[in-house]
Structures are given as structure tokens and as C-alpha cells.
Write a protein that binds this ligand. Structure first.
Ligand SMILES: Nc1ncnc2c1ncn2[C@@H]1O[C@H](COP(=O)(O)OP(=O)(O)O)[C@@H](O)[C@H]1O
Ligand SMILES: [Mg+2]
Length: 288
């Protein structure tokens, strides 16, 4: 191994070390965020802290700006006002290309719809971010990393050479997750990852997220409509309404608030079903 590659590996390890969860109380801090498209104000005075190592669920009615919030954090949408810090750095304020790349390298995103490149195999999809960030990795190593990611998300080894059209919905989601995890991020963004899955597929995916987050020490920003997912995976939940985060806390903490949207959401028929299902599972676990 050349000295140059050795030095590069050392640099990578140091950079990964720098964002370990115990070094930051908050992975993300948002203050006074405003997003506006023409006359339409989507966010105003939005504050939110995402704690390092937590799975934070983001809920809110359709069109309340959950995806726009995600895009603002990862720098795909420039806010009208406000500040967003990720691991103590403000993406907007970074002028150095290298530094910006270093920060972006710390997160993985599974966008709404989770689109994979349809003309690439699963393994090739996973290799896209690897090639971008580590252009000098040789094909053998790229294949090994992709195979490892495929197994990590619970896909069979023969899924690697398959194309997205050849996979079931659940397998496509897992492949999307594998791509989001390609660079071993500290921070994972998931935009409605279980949408379109049947309840069993969705529950298995939730379990996978929880497991990966626990073993890898991930911080997860999870946008979801799925009440079962919230109960099964999230440490805390942030509620987006009235252009801002109106409440954030554990589900019992949210239930204690009076806000009508929150009450409707968690205490409506679907909310009660999800809660009683969770209690039934806990009773079952207690017995076994
Ligand atoms: N690039 C854009 N240009 C104009 N309007 C947008 C853009 N992106 C999102 N919007 C609008 O912002 C609002 C919030 O969108 P979005 O974040 O996708 O909602 P959701 O909470 O369902 O994810 C919607 O009314 C949407 O039409
Ligand atoms: Mg959305």
C-alpha cells in the first residue's frame, strides 16, 4: 500500500471519528428556518434539534413541508432564512469544496420514492456514491463493499446483479437503503421509506432500521406517515404543522399535549390501533 493511500485512510478514519455520536449532543440544529416558494411560505420560524444517536420521526400532514425540510438540511434547497447546523457546521457557510464534501460524506439519504437507477444493477447502484467519493477504489473492492451492503440490509447475495425491475417492492426499498448506507454514514435520512409496502414488509423494514441504527450508532431522520413505524422505531417524534415544528418528544409526551392535530393523529382510530398493537406485542414479549 502506498504512503499516499495510507495517509488517505488515516484522514478518513479521523474524519469518521470526529462525528461519532458521543462527540455531539445534537447531530442537527435548526434555528429560525424559513422556506418560501413564490408567495407560498412553507416553513417559518422552524426550530428543531436532532440528538446524536436517536431515531427521530417526522410527521405532519401531506404538503406540510417534510420533504422540503429534509432537502434543506442536505443542502438541496437553500432556505429563505435561518440556520442549519450539521455536526456543528453550517453547510451554507462552508466555502471550501473539500470541507463541504467531508460533511456531505457523513450522511446517506433515501429519498421519497427511493428511486434506484433503473439501468444499473443493485450492486452498481450501491457503488455510485462509492465511485463518486473514492474514485480510486478498484472494481474488486467496490464489488466486495457492495456485497457486504447487500447482506447488511438482509438481501440475498444473488440480489446484487439484479436490476430494480426484477425485485419486489420490499427488496427495492432494501436496495435503496443499502445505497444510502454505502459510505457508512453517521446520519441517515429516510423519506417515507415504508410507503407502498404491505404491513408485514413495512414491519420488517422498521425492524431493520432499528437494528442498523443500534449496531452502527446511526442518527436517523425518519419521515413517515406510518404510525406503526413511529411506535416500532422512533425514540422521539417531531410534529410539523403551522409551518413549524409544533411539538417534539416521545409518543407519551406528545399524547399529553392538547394540540388538536396531535390528538387526532395519535388518538384517532388508526393511532389507537397502532398503540394497542404495540401493547399486545409487548405483552407477548413479556411472556416469552
Ligand atoms: N421546488 C419547489 N417549488 C415550489 N414548490 C415546492 C417545491 N418543493 C415543494 N414545494 C411545495 O412545498 C410544499 C411542501 O412540500 P413537501 O415538502 O414535498 O411536502 P410533504 O410534507 O408532503 O413532504 C408543497 O405545497 C409543495 O408543493
Ligand atoms: Mg414528502
Amino acid at each position: 500500500m502506498t504512503d499516499e493511500i495510507q495517509a488517505e485512510i488515516q484522514e478518513e478514519l479521523a474524519a469518521a471519528e470526529a462525528v461519532r455520536p458521543e462527540k455531539f449532543e445534537f447531530a442537527i440544529r435548526i434555528r429560525g428556518l424559513k422556506n418560501q416558494f413564490g408567495d407560498a411560505v412553507i416553513h417559518e420560524n422552524l426550530d428543531l434539534d436532532v440528538r446524536s444517536g436517536e431515531i427521530l420521526g417526522i410527521v405532519g400532514g401531506s404538503g406540510t413541508g417534510k420533504s422540503v425540510l429534509l432537502r434543506s438540511i442536505v443542502g438541496l434547497q437553500t432556505p429563505t432564512e435561518g440556520e442549519i447546523e450539521v455536526y456543528g457546521k453550517t453547510l451554507d457557510a462552508i466555502t471550501d469544496q473539500e470541507e463541504s464534501r467531508d460533511l456531505r460524506r457523513r450522511w446517506g439519504v433515501m429519498f421519497q420514492g427511493g428511486a434506484l437507477f433503473s439501468t444499473l444493477s443493485v450492486a452498481e447502484n450501491i457503488q455510485v456514491p462509492l465511485r463518486e467519493y473514492y474514485p480510486r477504489l478498484d472494481q474488486k473492492l467496490l464489488d466486495e463493499i457492495a456485497a457486504y451492503k447487500v447482506s447488511m440490509v438482509g438481501l440475498p447475495p444473488d440480489a446484487g446483479p439484479k436490476f430494480p425491475a426484477e425485485l419486489s417492492g420490499g427488496m427495492v426499498k432494501r436496495a435503496g437503503l443499502a445505497r444510502a448506507l454505502a459510505l457508512d454514514p453517521a446520519l441517515l435520512f429516510l423519506d417515507e421509506p415504508t410507503a407502498g409496502l404491505d404491513p408485514i414488509g413495512a414491519a420488517k423494514f422498521d425492524e431493520l432500521i432499528r437494528e442498523l441504527a443500534d449496531t452502527m450508532g446511526l442518527t436517523v431522520f425518519l419521515i413517515t406517515h406510518d404510525l406503526d413505524s413511529l411506535y416500532a422505531t422512533c425514540d422521539r417524534v417531531a410534529v410539523l404543522a403551522e409551518k413549524r415544528v409544533i411539538a417534539v418528544g416521545t409518543i407519551p409526551e406528545l399524547l399529553a399535549t392538547e394540540h388538536p392535530w396531535i390528538q387526532d393523529y395519535f388518538n384517532g382510530p388508526r393511532g389507537r390501533a397502532a398503540a394497542s398493537c404495540k401493547q399486545a406485542i409487548e405483552r407477548q414479549d413479556g411472556k416469552s
